[in-house]
Design a protein around this ligand. Structure first.
Ligand SMILES: O=C(CO)[C@@H](O)[C@H](O)COP(=O)(O)O
Ligand SMILES: [Fe+2]
Length: 228
């Protein structure tokens, strides 16, 4: 699978969301961070804003739900127009049922792991998912420093994907920039969320292209990238 870039609208100007979404057209996804001030200590946006964003851009929406009770809310984000919906493993009561419901409603189903949550207990669930998101910061805020200590988890997850022959995308989110994306790609990530590295750049669309080129140069020689 080719590498994909998902700019996070969290680092954009929220008073101009439609324009900011258009500024990164050409990206593979638009990452939308939904926070409820319970699962994480921050509050962002909800279903009505996602509905409006879906109308404002042709870029598919990659909704990252940092909320309690995703079992109830995740399907609502599919109905709002998201192309991919990520719920947190730590918050979901019934992750298999939820992933199946997201898929049945027509979106890609994805599950996220906070930094302290290991992947191994979820090995048997991976076949139910279209993407696994490994957080490379503690969720809640943009602009935090990348956690290098997550690289072994990315590597172990890539090994599990290869071992089971899965078509699972492996996303990283948090502190991904020109100085960290290559390490993520080397470890086995293939979908990269970048908020501040894209929206703080003078030319966000060019920043997306540069990040994609950097990651693609690394994965071009990765055996797992050739296999998918
Ligand atoms: O989910 C989150 C934060 O919880 C992210 O999607 C951030 O929005 C990424 O921002 P940067 O770390 O790239 O600035
Ligand atoms: Fe995110």
């Amino acid at each position: 699978m080719a590498v994909q870039i998902s700019p996070s609208i969290l680092s954009a100007d929220f008073s101009r969301l439609a324009e900011e979404a258009k500024a990164v057209e050409g990206a593979d996804w638009l990452h939308v961070d939904v926070m409820d001030n319970h699962f994480v200590p921050n509050l962002t946006l909800g279903v009505p804003v996602v509905e409006s964003l879906a109308r404002a851009t042709d870029t598919p929406l990659d909704c990252h739900l940092m909320i309690e009770n995703p079992d109830h809310w995740a399907p609502r984000y599919v109905e709002a127009g998201a192309g991919s919906v990520t719920f947190h493993a730590e918050a979901a009561a019934a992750p298999v049922r939820l992933a199946r419901e997201i898929r049945a409603k027509g979106a890609r189903a994805s599950m996220a792991l906070k930094p302290a949550t290991p992947v191994e207990p979820y090995e048997d669930l991976l076949s139910e998912l279209d993407m696994l998101l490994i957080m490379t910061v503690e969720p809640g805020f943009g602009g935090q420093a990348f956690l290098d200590i997550m690289l072994p988890k990315i590597r172990r997850t890539r090994e599990l994907i290869s071992k089971h022959g899965l078509e699972l995308w492996l996303q990283v989110d948090g502190g991904v920039s020109a100085s960290t994306i290559e390490r993520c790609a080397e470890a086995g990530a293939d979908v990269f969320v970048a908020g501040s590295a894209v929206y703080n750049a003078d030319d966000p669309a060019a920043a997306v292209r540069m990040l994609r080129d950097q990651a693609a140069a690394v994965t071009a020689s990765a055996p797992w990238a050739c296999a998918h």
